[in-house]
Design a protein around this ligand. Structure first.
Ligand SMILES: Cc1cc2nc3c(=O)[nH]c(=O)nc-3n(C[C@H](O)[C@H](O)[C@H](O)COP(=O)(O)O)c2cc1C
Length: 236
């Protein structure tokens, strides 16, 4: 077992703030590799879906995915996120209409530059966002630019985008793990989401996730993921 010259927490810190023991189950390297391979296989099967079925999905499943996402690490443990989950058809319709309005400008009036449009061409995305009404849920993830202390004063949030990005990834993972599908959707600019969902000025939409069962027979682009040697460098 390793020994530390400067143990954490030191006695003064432990006297001033609460600490609890933490441990994980020690597993053999082989057992960990098996689990890692299983999880990797599961995640290789995740795909962004652009046609959902209208089969209802219980609210409890969405709650659990949000709980899981909210276990994400965050700068100074501020958890600077709000998930707004919508199944109300009237609100979903308003979101679809506003998203399509923005996307019409992006795609048809060339607000997205040529390079961007060329990058999107193989995905075949366009300004039609029917899935926003058909998917049983839309979950909008807001970043909290700063928070509020009990006395009403402003509380600084740290590494907001990094933290919210981690929570977003864990939300996507949770949804896939339970057997549902989602799509990270960013009909830019997304400021309309703050108005439609009546969120405070301190919050900014980060990404939205339609969630549901994939439509039977749905197709996805035939994408390849980069091999390990293109995404990693090892210095060992
Ligand atoms: C931050 C972010 C924003 C995205 N925005 C959109 C979007 O607005 N519309 C869309 O159809 N796909 C969007 N996507 C999905 C990507 O196109 C998709 O993740 C990528 O093509 C890889 O496919 P996969 O998720 O099936 O692996 C977004 C993905 C991310 C991470």
């Amino acid at each position: 077992m390793a020994t530390y010259e400067h143990p954490y927490p030191d006695p003064a810190l432990a006297a001033a703030h609460a600490f609890v023991p933490f441990s994980t189950e020690r597993r053999s390297d082989e057992e960990m590799q098996r689990r890692a391979d299983d999880f990797h296989r599961l995640m290789e099967g995740r795909r962004s879906v652009r046609m959902f079925d209208d089969t209802p999905v219980p609210r409890r499943l969405i709650e659990t995915a949000i709980r899981t996402a909210s276990t994400a690490p965050s700068g100074a443990h501020m958890q600077p996120w709000t998930f707004v989950a919508i199944s109300d058809p009237a609100i979903k319709r308003r979101i679809r209409e506003a998203a399509e309005e923005e996307e019409r400008v992006n795609y048809l009036d060339n607000r997205m530059n040529d390079e961007w449009q060329r990058a999107l061409a193989p995905l075949g995305t366009d300004h039609h966002k029917e899935f926003l009404e058909i998917a049983p849920w839309i979950v909008v993830l807001f970043e909290q630019r700063f928070g509020t202390n009990d006395d009403g004063s402003k509380r600084t949030h740290y590494y907001v985008k990094e933290s919210v990005g981690l929570a977003a990834g864990m939300f996507v993972t949770a949804i896939h793990q339970m057997g549902l599908a989602t799509l990270p959707h960013t009909p830019s600019p997304m400021a309309f989401l703050r108005t439609v969902l009546a969120r405070p000025e301190t919050e900014r939409p980060f990404v939205m996730f339609p969630v549901g069962h994939p439509l039977p027979g749905v197709q996805v682009p035939d994408l390849q993921r980069k091999p390990l040697d293109e995404v990693a460098r090892f210095l060992d």
